[in-house]
Design a binder for this molecule. Structure first.
Ligand code: NAD
Length: 484
């Protein structure tokens, strides 16, 4: 059995922890590899190595455009190994191969985007007075910690690592315990190409290994992507050392469908938004807000679509794969059982057994109707293929429902009327609003992040580079040269 090693201080090492943690293919139940927890001493060694590396003359002398070139080289390497990495991600997460391929492509594009941006992030000068040159420069923050969830391991690692390296930082990645495989593949490339200590990979259980990193007094920034509950823990840990955080947390994002929506696109958009990665997506369109007049027909067609979706192992490249693990499977199937008893399920609601894949964690894509807008099913992230329907009659009602949760990550607005669409987009409290589409083809270039409990700060796009820089003002007084 392969044990996923960590990369610490330029060396491949196994975690010091006693227990082996299984990395399971959710489609088949097969154990793909194992890993072990990093110990406190190993995390300390990684932080110390990162400190030495990031402050070394060797790293300081790597020019911004050269850092960029290295990232572009990684993008090329990813593209060369696209099929192999797609298969790894597909097996590790259980997602359909087409979606895994899209993740690999997105990862390559993050490295291209930030590789290209590495020498284009500029400071400023400020006019003070004659005889003073006032420059504002952007310096690397130093040691950046990246804590990654299991649902899009490669994409999410790529998006923050690329921006952090482009700006000259050291990086320590803690991959999710369920899905370390593509991060390990990426680490192998960094180990060959980068000075030791600039890129390191730590493995282990989040609740045990995570705090060793987030509480460490010598780190300079944490990018955490994951649940709100863990985000709170991360923020508390960071507060002890006044370390800035970028938090990308969960959502209960609405798709708001008006009666004048482009119905075919809206239907497809609503379906894709909730079944992608079996609903295990932070920006999943988990709530359908539908205008009363359009409801009957739209729901009928939606139910038809849900019932014809192909569900099966990721490698068969179906419409929807399994849930990630037994924990999610048990939690969500119990919740659906209760929803059935309460009479909310209009399609789905059951677990599925797929012939030949009996150990996979399959459930039916499910639609719930009649749920109260304040009920848990309409408020909390389920993180599965479960769509909750709420109905509205006026624009103001739609906006109130859209804003009626603690989250604010993404919203979809579907209407052919530009006035309605613009008005709603301006009133919805979400970091990204999509009009007559949902997701805009991934949007590497677009700032992404949450209002309210969906997070702090923005990832993606040019703006994310600022997460990994420290601003310094340098005022230089110069004298008028004496003239002879
Ligand atoms: P999680 O919070 O359980 O874990 C995320 C990561 O944090 C994992 O690597 C885990 O090992 C680690 N971790 C766990 N406890 C920790 C602790 N005490 N200290 C430090 N690290 C710790 O989340 P998850 O179940 O892996 O992912 C699902 C959640 O992530 C969902 O809520 C989803 O919405 C969110 N998510 C958000 C985005 C986004 O960009 N906004 C993207 C993907 C997922």
């Amino acid at each position: 059995m392969q044990i996923i090693p960590m990369l610490i201080n330029g060396k491949w090492v196994q975690g010091d922890g006693q227990a082996f943690i299984d990395v399971v293919n959710p489609s088949t139940g097969e154990v793909l590899a194992q890993l072990k927890n990093a110990s406190k001493a190993q995390v300390d060694e990684a932080v110390q190595a990162a400190r030495i590396a990031v402050e070394s003359e060797e790293w300081r002398q790597v020019k911004a455009f050269e850092r960029g070139q290295l990232l572009l080289e990684l993008a090329q390497y990813i593209r060369m190994h696209a099929e192999e990495w797609s298969l790894l991600e597909c097996r590790d997460v259980g997602k359909p191969l087409t979606q895994a391929r899209a993740d690999v492509e997105a990862a390559a594009r993050y490295f291209e985007f930030y590789g290209g941006a590495a020498d284009k992030l500029m400071g400023d000068t400020i006019p003070i007075e004659d005889g003073i040159l006032n420059a504002v420069v952007l310096e690397p923050v130093g040691i950046t910690v990246h804590i990654v969830p299991w649902n899009y391991p490669l994409q999410i690692t790529a998006r923050s690592v690329a921006a952090a390296i482009a700006t000259g930082n050291a990086v320590i990645v803690k991959s999710a315990e369920d899905t370390p495989l593509t991060t390990h593949a990426m680490t192998q490339w960094f180990a060959r190409k980068f000075p030791k200590g600039i890129f390191q990979h730590i493995t282990g259980l989040g609740r045990e290994v995570g705090p060793l990193l987030t509480r460490h007094p010598d780190i300079n920034h944490i990018t955490f992507t994951g649940s709100v509950a863990t985000g709170i823990e991360v923020m508390k840990a960071a507060a002890q050392n006044i370390v800035p955080v970028t938090l990308e947390l969960g959502g209960k994002s609405p798709n708001i469908v008006f009666a004048d929506a482009p119905m075919e696109q809206a239907l497809e958009g609503v379906v894709r938004a909730i079944i992608q990665n079996a609903g295990q997506t932070c920006s999943a369109g988990a709530r359908l807000l539908i205008e009363e007049d359009a409801k009957a027909l739209f729901i009928k067609r939606l139910v038809d679509r849900f019932q014809t979706l192909k569900i099966g192992p990721g490698e068969a490249d179906v419409d929807m794969g399994p849930l990630l693990n037994e924990r999610q499977y048990v939690k969500i199937s119990a919740l659906l059982q209760q929803a059935k008893e309460d009479g909310y399920v209009i399609t789905g609601g059951d677990t599925l057994t797929i012939k030949g894949y009996e150990k996979g964690y399959y459930i039916q894509p499910t639609i719930l109707d009649g749920v109260d807008a304040d009920a848990e099913l309409a408020q909390e992230e389920i993180f599965g293929p479960v769509l909750t329907i709420l109905t509205f009659s006026t624009v103001e009602e739609a906006i109130a429902l859209a804003n009626g949760t603690d989250y604010g990550l993404v919203a979809g607005v579907w209407s052919k009327d530009l006035d309605t669409a613009h008005y709603v987009a301006s009133r919805v409290k979400a970091g990204q609003v999509f009009v007559n589409n949902y997701g805009a083809a991934g949007g590497i270039q677009m700032p992404f992040g949450g209002y309210k409990k969906s997070g702090i700060g923005r990832e993606k796009g040019f703006v994310a580079l600022r997460n990994y820089t420290q601003m310094k003002n340098i005022a230089i007084r110069y004298a008028t040269p004496e003239r002879t």
